[in-house]
Write a protein that binds this ligand. Structure first.
Ligand SMILES: [Zn+2]
Length: 460
């Protein structure tokens, strides 16, 4: 028997569904008989996987918005997931969970200080939930550039996952890990997913009764030599995209001896097999768009029809972000704060680790009066919503007139309302002007009209 290892990595994530003004998820009729999609997918996927203890046997990352929803709405499932990861750490000296940048932002499209913020917030959220430092981090949509990898390395992340079409070099070590040298002279270890094997599970999943035949065809020839075969897929593949997925996963985990492979996870495998070889990363690529990053930047053939709204909406959000940052930096500096490190640390308030006034006082700003403290906290909260505008889901689908783009605009409205409350600066006019350029091909509605409908709700 060769030293053949199989790792299944599940990317567990749901787009944010809460109304930014009420904090609640509106009823979603197409998720019936459940009240919304999160409830339905939890019943089909997260809960059965957790009850079968599979989170302790695969590698996974759990998105921030989903983790929070599970914690509050399916707490038993959430607690089982966390306990499984902690149990894995105790048993193996290394965890099987990976962190995720907190708002599922396409990081190559973000400026450096926002990359730092998203990565720091993601690490802080992971540590808060799982109780230890994450060695690995999942890149949203596997979107990669060197600056993102550099920041991750500087923040102490040791490895990430890319798809085989995003790298160049000799892949003789199968799934890796491989060493990538970065422009800042640091290194990042890269695991490389086996695209064909991953797709064979994600898109041509067998019935439970046919798993042995599937393993024979898909795995056994890969196990003729040592190394790692890495399957990476949306976690919702198991039970939601495919009803039989939970059972199939159970069979793949159980039938390892018969087919000559062992199960492993990424952190553990890297302890036993340090990175070797050297790969080149192809910058500005992602696993879910073959047109560099056009899907999230300017629109591309990944979504049907006229997708020019994507570039127009991104410009509106970028201009608003720039305006929000200008007000925040000026006010923070006037009050004696260092704006970007302060924002990076603000995740502690979001996670409920500290209350706002104690956070401000803990950053050497205890001399500020109540009014100044309130103002600074409102601007920090505006920065939170400004970060949340950039969830990748905004641009993933074909049309502007959907929940996801509305959600991005709504977060912008929240951010500008908080800014007006804090300093009196009204950034609405510029944002609305830019939103006029983005039009839905289906309904003819402009993003500016969507914005108008939200303004009233945003009054604080
Ligand atoms: Zn594309």
């Amino acid at each position: 028997m060769t030293d053949c290892y199989l790792c299944i990595h599940g990317h567990f994530y749901q787009p944010p569904r809460v109304d930014p003004f009420t904090g609640r998820i509106p009823r979603e009729p197409d998720a019936a008989p459940y009240a919304n999609w999160n409830e339905r997918i939890a019943a089909e996927c997260y809960t059965p996987l957790a009850e079968a203890s599979y989170f302790g046997r695969i590698s996974f990352n759990l998105g921030g918005t989903l983790a929070r929803w599970l914690d509050e709405n399916a707490h038993d499932t959430y607690a089982r997931i966390v306990a499984a990861e902690r149990g894995y750490l105790e048993a193996n000296g290394v965890g099987n969970g990976l962190a995720q940048p907190v708002h599922h932002t396409i990081l190559p499209l973000a400026r450096r200080r926002d990359k730092i913020c998203q990565i720091r917030w993601g690490i802080a959220s992971f540590t808060h939930r799982f109780g230890h430092w994450p060695e690995g981090m999942w890149l949203p949509e596997m979107a990669v550039d060197f600056e993102t990898l550099e920041v991750m390395a500087e923040e102490g992340i040791r490895f990430t996952i890319l798809s085989d079409e995003q790298v160049q070099g000799d892949l003789d070590a199968g799934g890796g890990p491989y060493r990538v040298r970065l422009p800042n002279r640091k290194e990042m270890a890269i695991f490389v997913r086996d695209r064909h094997l991953s797709n064979a599970l994600s898109f041509a999943m067998p019935n439970p009764a046919d798993v042995d035949k599937w393993l024979q065809q898909q795995i056994e020839w890969r196990c003729l030599r040592d190394g790692l075969a890495l399957i990476t897929t949306d976690g919702e593949t198991f039970g939601h995209h495919h009803r039989q997925g939970v059972k199939v996963l159970g069979r793949v985990l159980a039938r390892r001896k018969a087919h000559g492979y062992r199960m492993t996870t990424l952190g553990l495998y890297m302890r036993q097999n340090p990175p070797r070889g050297a790969l080149e990363v192809i910058e500005n690529t992602a696993w879910s768009c073959a047109h560099r990053l056009d899907r999230w930047a300017v629109g591309c053939a990944c979504t049907p029809g006229d997708s020019r709204w994507k570039g127009a909406l991104r410009r509106a959000l970028d201009n608003l972000a720039s305006d929000l940052d200008g007000v925040y930096v000026q006010e923070a500096r006037r009050l004696g704060a260092d704006p970007w490190p302060l924002r990076d640390d603000y995740i502690a308030v979001v996670l409920g680790q500290v209350d706002g006034p104690a956070f401000v006082a803990g950053h050497g700003l205890g001399h500020l009066g109540d009014e100044q403290t309130r103002r600074l906290l409102a601007l920090l909260e505006a920065q939170f919503y400004r970060q949340r505008m950039y969830a990748s889901c905004t641009y993933f689908f074909d049309d502007l007139d959907r929940h996801e783009p509305r959600y991005a605009i709504a977060n912008g409205v929240r951010a500008l309302a908080l800014t007006r409350y804090a300093t009196g600066d009204d950034l609405a006019h510029g944002f609305r002007r830019d939103l006029q350029v983005a039009t839905s091909q289906k309904t003819g509605q402009t993003a500016a009209e969507m914005f108008d409908g939200m303004l009233e709700k945003a009054e604080i």
